[in-house]
Design a protein around this ligand. Sequence first.
Ligand code: NAP
Ligand code: MG
Length: 402
Amino acid sequence: MPKLTVKNPIVEMDGDEMTRIMWQMVKDKLLLPYLDLNVEYYDLGLAKRDETDDQVTIDAGRAIMKHQVGVKCATITPDAERVDEWGLKQQWKSPNGTIRAMLDGTVFRCPIIAKNIVPAVRNWHRPIVIGRHAYGDIYKGVELRIGGAGKVELVYTPEAGATQQVTVHEFQGPGVVLGYHNLDSSITSFARACFTYALDRHINMMFSTKDTISKTYHAQFKVLFQEVFDREYKDRFEQAGLTYMYTLIDDAVARIMKTEGGILWACRNYDGDVMSDMVASAFGSLAMMTSDLISPHGYFEFEAAHGTVRRHYYQHLKGEPTSTNSMALIFAWTGGLKKRADLDGTPEVGEFARKLERAAIETIESGVMTKDLIPFADPRPATHVMTEEFIDAVRANLDQKL
Ligand code: NAP
Ligand code: MG
């Protein structure tokens, strides 16, 4: 079969540790034999970020703004321990945070469902999609360690008009303080991205936050969501027979346990970070969840929701085979390919990506799976496969489909 041509560039962002190993395998075995891939490559591995003073991350973000479509491998966000381990110049910021701040937009995390993987919550029959705001809050926060007694104030100095000032706390002893922000414009585009996604996928939508406690900050999200909904989406939701509701996050957590799925749960940045890990784990494994960034400016970035799977990487370094699940990395690539196909008007590329997704899911459904899925599998296979064996099995399935 001649290779399919991917017309315009995909921005490829390489990553770290076990996911870097699997990223290469996915490319070599599942993509390059079938596609003339037109990639613009950025190495976001920690060594390169350190070497370039993180310029490579900014370059990658700019490249997505130029070419519209990026696919990203998981990367290390260094903590103090990593600074020592890697001998870093400094504790670089999260590349995801940097790129999201550049692109703005919303991250949608959606479980990958296979028939024989039974969710921990028995009534979750359909995907629960988390819409995570990708701008601001603690991810763009500033913090201070307070050494001892003293007053901390929040001061707003407008370009015109009177200064506003509130006391955060009168410290009697040491402590900590954090300041963060968000923008009406970003919250509004977050709301639009979510309503559009729910309509697109034909699913109901819920938004939650803690406006009972945070009567200005959190409440502003609630107010803007309702305004955008009433003005731009209410009629279309009604016509489609879909619902939107706001509820307190405590109530949302209770409701989500009782739902049968098929819902978009819009969450603020931190809530979405944590809740998507919970939802993914309950659906079988962190590796069974995709993470797609949709920016209001027409940029798209696709990645796995999980990290670099450090523990498996150390095992790999010792020469021991691992059983690491590559599903979310495969789906990051297929997400990018499908979007490229839509933008380029190359349906054959989109069709290839869909066949690859089906081949991967059917591999699991035939009982061939990595170790993380075994406890959730019904029927439970006698044994699990190793990292590379799984990818090879997907390839064999894909070859049959092509
Ligand atoms: P992780 O990579 O998400 O893995 C946590 C645990 O979840 C693993 O130890 C493994 O459990 C299981 N797991 C996750 N992905 C798996 C997969 N594909 N196949 C099988 N099991 C999987 O988190 P971490 O190891 O704590 O973090 C490593 C690094 O990732 C950190 O430096 C962090 O900064 C970074 N990170 C990056 C991103 C990103 O780039 N998007 C996101 C989160 C974290 P078992 O060990 O029990 O098998
Ligand atoms: Mg997380």
